[in-house]
Write a protein that binds this ligand. Sequence first.
Ligand code: DAH
Length: 330
Amino acid sequence: MRALGKSGSITQLLKTLGTLSPDERQTKGPLFNGLRERISTLISERKDDLEAAVLNARLATERVDVTLPALAALVGAVHPISQVMDELAEIFANLGFDVAEGPEIESDWHNFTALNIPPEHPARAMHDTFYFPADPAGERMLLRTHTSPVQVRTMLERKPPIRIVAPGRVYRCDSDATHTPMFHQIEGLVIDRDTHMGHLRWCLETFIKAFFEVDAVTTRFRPSFFPFTEPSAELDVQCSWEGGKLTVGQGESWLEILGCGMVHPKVIAACGLDPAEYQGFAFGCGIDRLAMLKYGMTDLRAFFDADLRWLRHYGFSFLDVPTLSGGIGA
Ligand code: DAH
């Protein structure tokens, strides 16, 4: 201000240039202008220094020690979906299943073709797929529409006997009260030499009893169709809605729980195994709906609203890890 402002000393000096003789202007002009430039550089340097000092002071006072122990009252809760995923992993671990994973950005081959859904198959249209732009070779990656590609990846990577579950996020271009564009599934896969549908039925009933924490369940297989299983079935579980409260296991109504079947020989062959030697079963189940059924939530969208009141109400303590002995839904 004092030097460069309207009536600042340098501004005044520069103004005198007009009154000088051409010769003097030749020498004084560059001198005064140089002076002005140096002063403005010094000012902006000083400004930068001061700003850095303010920032450093803030960083020093507002430092967070991430190693401090958390106060239970201040930390968040375990989301019901994470809780249910932990419960499922625990139940299946007790049945001898490993947890497998696959990428959410998947190739068309893993998500469809290897699962006996070739490019012209009508099942592709039902999947409402999110595609990425095609690469120069015309290949389009996609957001996986189900967890079934993890079956393919597991068979390609491991030797039988295989027993895995694969929980994770899946994506479909769909949104209303019962559909969100991102949701969760768990896939199961068993591949061995002499696996049959009886094993599948027992395995699923054991899982449902453990998950819903009941001693007995009555289930039924309804014939269905999936390109990657033959035969295919949907599993229903008896339930009752007495007094508006759902009880799973026995009752006059049926709940649809999941899709399943014997892995199609074409899928086994696409994954490099000999279908004459190996067979097995697979199942796929929506996790969000399982959570809603077990913990009594009514609107799927609330899962993803990040509403703290909802999370406090439905969330779980991170100290209550689900175990079969300690309680699955503790
Ligand atoms: N992938 C199917 C879907 O998202 C669910 C499914 C059905 C998975 C049957 C399976 C199965 O492994 O055997 O609709």
